[in-house]
Design a protein around this ligand. Structure first.
Ligand code: ATP
Length: 251
């Protein structure tokens, strides 16, 4: 079942065309990676889906319903972006108080026991050690903040999860670990996930399909294998060819 449809989405900022005639349909339960060079419009596209940016042209449908006029808080999407948006005055985790990891659950009136049962294993899986629970975000490293933001997003069970470079501050071991957790969580919860990255390894590891963007447009969308074996044009074939360490995974 199709969960998200983007029809002819366009967005300009003054003279800059950030997104240009973008069409895409994403299925319920699909993990779609959006990849492309810096400035090609990836973040703008996610912000349009989240409702934080208004498109100049086109329509966004979520679950078959047009949402152009629906405010961000009522779209049932969760956007995790590079600056994390953690609450600086709250600790990471306190089961009886409002904390970064518990606020979404407390708002939904979860019991202390249920909160503990969900958060402790989730924190462990994302390598958020218990000694970090009492800290506030300014006392955490960028990588630790990123993992807390991811864990918090995972407590909200949105219809669509939008992730904008959520692994950018993680060192390689944490990156691999958190990537595996994101994939497992996506599968368990049957989420629809759109994941923006510059990193081809993330794209190959995570994506059911990969959408390659260039200058605001969708160049091609498909499985990694189909993009590499049957590139729609020279830009797509060059994009994958210039990365020698990933050049031949499907021979
Ligand atoms: P990166 O990978 O570097 O994060 P991106 O692919 O996410 O880039 P966007 O952030 O969507 O790209 O930006 C697309 C284009 O729109 C860029 O040229 C950018 O400078 C421009 N842009 C984005 N937001 C604004 C804004 N609020 N005002 C003016 N120009 C903007």
């Amino acid at each position: 079942m199709t969960n998200l449809v983007l029809r002819n989405i366009g967005k300009r900022f003054g003279p800059v065309t950030a997104v240009d005639g973008f069409d895409l349909a994403v299925d319920q339960g699909e993990f779609l990676v959006i990849i492309g060079e810096s400035g090609c419009g990836k973040t703008t596209l996610l912000r349009i889906i989240a409702g934080l940016e208004t498109p100049d042209t086109g329509e966004v449908l979520i679950g078959g319903v047009p949402v152009n006029d629906v405010p961000p808080g009522r779209r049932d999407v969760q956007l995790i972006f590079q600056s994390y948006a953690l609450w600086p005055h709250m600790r990471v985790f306190e089961d009886r108080k409002y904390a970064n990891l518990t606020l979404p659950l407390r708002i939904r009136k979860w019991s202390v026991g249920a909160i503990r049962e969900l958060i402790r294993p989730l924190a462990k899986a994302l390598n958020i050690e218990e000694q970090l629970f009492d800290r506030k975000p300014p006392e955490l490293s960028a990588g630790q903040q990123q993992r807390v933001a991811l864990a918090r997003a995972m407590t909200t069970y949105p219809r669509i999860m939008l992730m904008d470079e959520p692994l950018s501050n993680l060192d390689p071991p944490n990156r691999r670990r958190v990537r595996a957790e994101i994939r497992a969580f996506h599968k368990e919860q049957r989420l629809t996930t759109l994941f923006v990255t510059h990193n081809l390894e993330d794209a190959l590891e995570l994506g059911d399909r990969i959408a390659l963007m260039h200058e605001g447009r969708l160049e091609q969308v498909g499985t990694a294998e189909s993009l590499m074996r049957h590139p729609a044009n020279e830009y797509v074939s060059d994009y994958f060819r210039v990365r020698p360490s990933y050049g031949v995974p499907f021979q």
